[in-house]
Design a protein around this ligand. Sequence first.
Ligand code: ADP
Length: 502
Amino acid sequence: MSTSKTPPEPGREQARHELKLAGALELAPALESTPVEIRDHYGHYIAGAWVEGAEEARFETLNPATGARLASVAAATEAEVDAAVSAARTAYEQVWSKLSGLERGKYLFRIARRLQERAREFAVLETIDNGKPIRETRDIDVPLAAAHFFYYAGWADKLGHAAAGRSVAPLGVAAQIIPWNFPLLMLAWKIAPALATGNTVVLKPAETTPLTAALFCEVLDAAGLPPGVVNIINGAGPTGARLVAHPGVDKVAFTGSTAVGRTIMQAIAGTQKRATMELGGKGANIVFADAALDQAVEGCVDGIFFNQGHVCCAGSRLLVEESIAEDFVARLQRRVQTLRVGDPLDKNTDIGAINSKQQHETIAGYLEIATREGATVWQGAACEPPAAGHYHLPTILTGVQQTDTVVREEIFGPVLSVLTFRTPDEAVRKANDTEYGLACGVWSEKSQKLFRTAHALDCGVVWANGYNLFDPTSPFGGVRHSGFGREGGVAGLWPYLREVSP
Ligand code: ADP
């Protein structure tokens, strides 16, 4: 048998050789090799300058993938919170509220472009600080953060259109508190609409993920943002509590747990402060028998195992039609067995590290409860997780009931509870049988079934034949114990505006 192969054309070979000589065929350096600078200590960014922060109030931020120390971080004291709010007030009164929307928009465009230019650096730093896979920070967190600034930059000089012809004005100083699951993206969700509408900001990142917010201050400096328009203070719950209680704050924007959201609402009750709350969730993916099943499997994997389940809108419940339940769970398990759990800086990793030891213990605690309550615990992955750091295998719980703790409470980890239904009404009833109301997914080939189910679901967001899909033009937020107010889209501007007489 002859295996003749066409010889390479001499011209092409020559061209290839020349390209190689010119360096054009060299591969770009690997993303994870992008150098990032991590300072030994981070204080607070107030009025455009860094202040060290009190010596006695410092804590350490760790790399969740290895447990190694990354940096020391100051926790803002009463005086530092006061300085940040005063800086925001001064910047609001003297500069920011006096600028035209067109001028504010230019700053936002500059911030967006700088974020894009330094995207690789932000992606690597976010992965190191948070533990999520580099593929996610590269493809989701950082591009979406830049997209939010681009989107709201476009709105800054068109606020009259956002308010349906009414005259609107900014509120003043916004206190913004964000969690650790999407540190840079949540910062963008908060800061971009606040600045576009003419407000100034004091933002507190979560205590376990302060690093990309600190790097973001370099972006603000490079964009030439006037000092005090954005201030970033570090610290844990007590710092956040001081910030929201400060009398100089006009608006509170919070993303985090329902328990802390409740505490904040109590703290500001009886004041004139406006608030938006994006709180916990217990999302359900409803899979009908007529759905494209492999596509639905991907959606379920995205919905709960994506980002280690550290997503408030995670699809932590699967409601699958009884007739296909066995087959569907088997497909899901086969897919989960291909997921790679490991080093978040490796581009092949699907599931990275749990953000903190405390959160890892919380997830493990829920699995103990699930076992005690009679669930069958199944775990799988393509490989063993590394020994050091905090890793949790993707977990599927079957044999659970509506009343089980793991079905009712937010776990915030890669743990999926499987329930079944026989009729569309039963699916909706079970999906709505939770105190939360953030997001759900519906999977069916019948558009009428999709629409009917989506309208009957009592939650802020419904994805049809998809899950965890985000876009700056699309409002996001919850109902009931998942909070109120919307972020994203034109609706994301309204919580930062008040109506004034024309
Ligand atoms: P998670 O469960 O996602 O960690 P938390 O609600 O505990 O969410 O934290 C979200 C953010 O709220 C963090 O930045 C945290 O420091 C802050 N925080 C915690 N307690 C309070 C509080 N009492 N007042 C204001 N902010 C708080």
